[in-house]
Design a protein around this ligand. Structure first.
Ligand code: ZN
Ligand code: ZN
Length: 80
């Protein structure tokens, strides 16, 4: 049994509505891929992971193609 992020593994996609304009936001991938641009955020995530607090979540960055708003969403891992 292995716990994986369903979005990273292409199991399914989720739809997130933009809090600004209500358009569907697009998944820009897990936040860990944005180390260079988002290091202040990532430091947070790393400390959570080391605590085990966010172990069951993969944080994805969603971006609104319409207004440019971005939002981090914790995706629960599933067992496969
Ligand atoms: Zn993921
Ligand atoms: Zn928007």
């Amino acid at each position: 049994m292995k716990r994986v992020c369903p979005l990273c593994n292409g199991l399914y996609e989720i739809e997130i509505s933009c809090p600004n304009c209500g358009r569907d936001m697009s998944d820009n991938g897990p936040v860990v891929n944005y180390l260079d641009n988002y290091s202040p955020y990532l430091l947070d995530d790393i400390s959570h992971t080391e605590d085990g607090a966010a172990e069951d979540e993969c944080t994805h960055l969603f971006c609104c193609p319409s207004c440019g708003k971005d939002k981090r969403v914790g995706i629960g891992r599933v067992e496969i």
